[in-house]
Design a binder for this molecule. Structure first.
Ligand code: OOG
Ligand code: NI
Length: 453
């Protein structure tokens, strides 16, 4: 159901946003070339996985809408992972907090890793909304229904029975996909513009009576190459790739770039009630490259390198960011997977070397067991998001600066709030990577013990 949902959303989005179809085409071209030339690219996922791989982004208005969409995702084996607060990350604050719904189990990830970055509006946050606007927002949102009872009923059954019969699954998928199509209902222009003056994200969420997929992002094995090829096809990308720079070692964490929101024609209702053809600019195209999942030590090292890049650039503004970053990363990080393993900077899964167990004494540590050929280590791919990049992605598509009062009262939101709203545990990404790594190491060591006994 998850694979089919991702496939259907992809068809829908390609129809709504033709530039997305071009993006997917270029990604597939590059992925096929890269895997033909070097098998090492596929250490972070099979070609089938990478070709079908997408993340989506959606935005909902209330805790109740978030809870409901959480049940729909649960029906497809997608669980909340991570808590992202985008209200004060980045240059322009955005009145949302977010989580990602995704598969957790390694086998499920291998089948289809579809994940959806899901944001919920913080209508009670005084930094953005005064009491009257909060009231109006809450009334507007309470009056709309995003997810029908039929869809929610099927979701509950799928969760309880671990799936649905074929005809019900088809119905579930039709209804679920339909919820994310861009609506043709007229948008109340005065209401929309009032929210847009505060935040265009608030308008996109609370200014319309339905929701829609905001973007759908394919994965590419060489994002630097993609950046150039899209530009030569006449699609203008935002000025930078978000996340770690291009450097000579393995891809780490997540690098993303996007092309600007496209103006899409929408029906607008004027103050006097007449409906006119207008246009709104809220959706965009995004692409990403995924690399090694880093440990806390690995992420600390990257943060430290980022700070050094910033220091150098502010000391000499004539320097080129990408060049400075590449130099510092080359000097400050190991250049191969074994180096990341030795220094405890990335997560790996372990297995007994299928070739042969080497002669001689057996080393103690996991890195030594790998270096000496007793075990093999497979890197774990980063399956999550980066708050700073997410803020950058939101930002690159905001129509205006918006307005917020940084001294006013924030509304309390944290992972505990999220857990309560969803009625389920919200996983911490690091715990998931650590558990996967530990389980594989324990199994591999037990197998070695048995083989050597
Ligand atoms: C979500 C922005 C974050 C990403 O890939 O980091 C995101 C949104 O625009 O709703 O999708
Ligand atoms: Ni995204």
């Amino acid at each position: 159901m998850r694979s089919e949902f991702a496939r259907r959303l992809s068809l829908l989005y390609a129809e709504e946003v033709p530039a997305y179809a071009t993006l997917v085409e270029v990604c597939q071209e590059i992925n096929a070339e890269r895997t033909r030339h070097s098998a090492t690219q596929l250490r972070l996922g099979s070609l089938e996985r990478v070709t079908a791989e997408r993340h989506g982004a959606i935005r909902v208005g209330t805790a109740e809408e978030l809870r409901q969409v959480g049940r729909i995702f649960a029906a497809m084996g997608m669980h909340p992972v991570g808590f992202y607060d985008l209200r004060d990350t980045g240059r322009t604050p955005v009145p949302v907090v977010s989580t990602a719904f995704r598969p957790i189990d390694p086998d499920e990830l291998a089948v289809n890793p579809f994940r959806v970055f899901t944001s919920v509006l913080t209508a009670d946050d005084r930094r953005f909304f005064d009491a009257r606007t909060q009231d109006d927002l809450e009334r507007f949102l309470a009056a709309r229904t995003l997810f029908s009872d039929e869809l929610l009923g099927l979701a509950e059954r799928a969760v309880a029975d671990l799936g649905l019969a074929e005809d019900e699954a088809q119905r579930f998928l039709d209804l679920a996909t339909g919820c994310f199509a861009l609506s043709e209902d007229p948008v109340d222009e005065r209401w929309y513009r009032r929210l847009e003056a505060i935040s265009s994200v608030a308008a996109d969420i609370g200014g319309v009576s339905s929701t829609h997929i905001n973007h759908l992002t394919p994965r590419v094995l060489d994002i630097d190459e993609l950046y150039g090829r899209m530009s030569s096809r006449g699609i203008e990308m935002i000025s930078e790739i978000q996340g770690p720079p291009a450097w000579s070692g393995p891809e780490v964490l997540l690098r993303q770039t996007s092309f600007r929101a496209l103006a899409e024609s929408r029906l607008l209702r004027n103050a006097d009630g007449t409906v006119v053809q207008g246009s709104l600019r809220v959706r965009f195209g995004e692409v990403e490259a995924r690399g090694l999942a880093l440990t806390e030590a690995g992420r600390d090292r990257l943060d430290q390198l980022d700070r050094e890049v910033a220091t150098r650039l502010s000391a000499d503004p004539s320097l080129v960011r990408t060049e400075v970053a590449a130099q510092l990363f080359d000097a400050g990080l190991p250049h191969d997977e074994q180096g990341f393993l030795d220094q405890g900077l990335a997560w790996f899964r372990f297995a007994v070397n299928p070739a042969a167990i080497p002669p001689g004494p057996r080393p103690q540590s996991l890195p030594e067991l790998v270096a000496a050929g007793w075990l093999v280590a497979e890197p774990i791919v980063y399956e999550d998001f980066l708050p700073r990049s997410a803020a950058g992605i939101f930002q690159s598509n905001l129509t205006g600066g918006g307005s917020s009062d940084t001294h006013a009262q924030a509304s309390p939101r944290d992972i505990g709030w999220l857990r309560e709203v969803l009625g389920t545990e919200v996983a911490n990404p690091d715990d998931l990577y650590a558990a996967q790594s530990r389980a594989s190491a324990e199994a591999a060591l037990a197998e070695l013990d048995a083989a050597c006994a």
